[in-house]
Write a protein that binds this ligand. Structure first.
Ligand code: FAD
Ligand code: UDP
Length: 367
């Protein structure tokens, strides 16, 4: 008999399994994919670590979270400075003086602020949706070139129907600074992410290529408690209706050139290009291999037979999630965590934080 059955070997599940094993608890980790690591998983081809489920750049402002991750890896000094490609025109992201200067042929913060100030005035009341929020933040030009097309492709919905929270984390700066993030700690684990999970799961037992939901009865009998990090609505057989998610398709290509796009991430912000991003993996680790591997990221409508990558945290889905949370609270000895278990647009650092808080609470006084 195991103490814990952990469903999912992503960050939440692996951290919990690690913390519980450290305290002497027996854990069985069940993962439906054929590998560990969830969406952070990296594989190696041509000497290049491939971010198989899209660019994963670790960042945080919380030193404790950074130190915790550094128990399992060493981060390099990568700083994410993506490029926007709008119909072939190239701009720096996030929105900063480099972007504004190319867009309006200006050079000073004063000029940029004046232009944006004038354009923001079209939004008179408190912004009600993503479109209004974006215009009131950066004005109409930036919205139309860099946000509208990208966001509507990515989410498959009009910016008028989306919550502003989706873009709140993108910085707007009146200095010449292309760092996509504000956090003081940022990097890519040297050697890729998968080794982190191998270390976290070293003392747990692991069943790969096993869907808990298809073997629920048999697996549930194996442990006293269950930690479920899959989609909360899938656990309840979608009995209250399905929550909505956004999915993606990744097309990986090996190219016979050493440097394809000169940067790790390019965002295609126009509507016409069918993918949202291209990633050239070698640049995450400053590689100089002969070949290169590039991934195109195509947004997809989610259906039950494909991966739910992004929760859609609008009012409608949030209300439905609250109802599932009600059901979750009635389950005995089953706990839900992580991006899908909590239905939250979590970054890695958020999943780490949530997993550590949960582990502390759950394992307190036990062992
Ligand atoms: P997951 O990684 O989703 O792990 C859940 C695991 O459970 C999966 O392995 C899944 O296969 C398994 N599972 C689900 N259902 C079952 C079942 N029924 N039976 C068995 N196993 C099951 N964060 C950042 O901080 N920086 C970034 O740059 C970044 N980029 C991202 C890019 C993309 C395209 C995506 C999709 C996410 C990105 N993230 C990024 C977010 C990051 O991936 C997540 O925050 C983190 O991986 C969440 O970990 P988790 O354990 O909660 O979930
Ligand atoms: N976004 C945008 N233009 C860009 C980059 C991002 O409009 O060039 C918006 C888009 O709605 C996206 C959100 O900002 O979904 C969050 O962007 P981020 O890069 O954080 O997305 P993630 O890495 O989570 O896919």
């Amino acid at each position: 008999m195991y103490d814990y059955l952990v469903v999912g070997s992503g960050l939440f599940g692996s951290i919990f399994a690690h913390e519980a094993s450290q305290k002497g608890f027996k854990c069985l980790v069940v993962e439906k994919r054929e590998h560990i690591g969830g969406n952070c998983y990296t594989s190696n081809k041509e000497g290049i670590n491939i971010h198989c489920y899209g660019a994963h750049i670790f960042r945080t402002s919380d030193k404790e979270i950074w130190d915790y991750m550094e128990r399992f890896c060493e981060f390099n000094h990568f700083i994410n400075s993506p490029i926007a490609n709008f119909k072939g025109e190239i701009y720096n992201l996030p929105f900063n003086m480099n972007t504004f200067s190319k867009m309006w042929n200006i050079s000073t913060p004063k000029e940029a602020k004046e232009i944006i100030e004038k354009q923001r005035k079209t939004i008179k009341s408190t912004p009600k949706n993503l479109e209004e929020h974006a215009i009131s933040l950066v004005g109409i030009d930036v919205y139309e070139k860099f946000i509208k097309g990208y966001t509507e492709k990515q989410w498959g919905r009009s910016c008028k129907e989306l919550p502003a929270s989706i873009i709140r984390r993108i910085p707007v700066r009146f200095i010449y600074d292309n760092n996509y993030f504000n956090d003081p700690y940022q990097g890519i684990p040297k050697g890729g992410y998968t080794a982190i999970f191998e270390k976290m799961l070293a003392n747990a037992e692991l069943l790969l290529s096993t869907d808990f939901l298809k073997n629920r009865e048999e697996l549930s009998k194996k442990a006293k408690k269950i930690i479920f990090t899959g989609a909360i609505d899938s656990y309840f057989n979608y009995q209250l209706g399905a929550l909505e998610y956004r999915s993606l398709e990744f097309k990986h290509k090996i190219l016979e050139v050493d440097n394809f796009q000169g940067v790790a991430v390019v965002n295609y912000t126009d509507r016409e290009t069918p993918y949202t991003r291209t990633i050239e993996h070698k640049h995450f680790e400053f590689g100089n291999q002969e070949k290169t591997i590039v991934t195109e990221e195509y947004p997809l409508e989610w259906t039950r037979d494909i991966e739910p990558y992004y929760p859609i945290n609008d009012d409608k889905n949030q209300k439905l999630y609250e109802k599932y949370l009600g059901l979750a609270k009635k389950e005995t000895n089953v706990y839900f965590g992580g991006r899908l278990g909590e239905y939250k647009y979590y970054d890695m650092q958020d999943s780490v934080k949530s997993a550590l808080e949960f582990s502390k609470k759950e394992l307190k006084g036990l062992s």
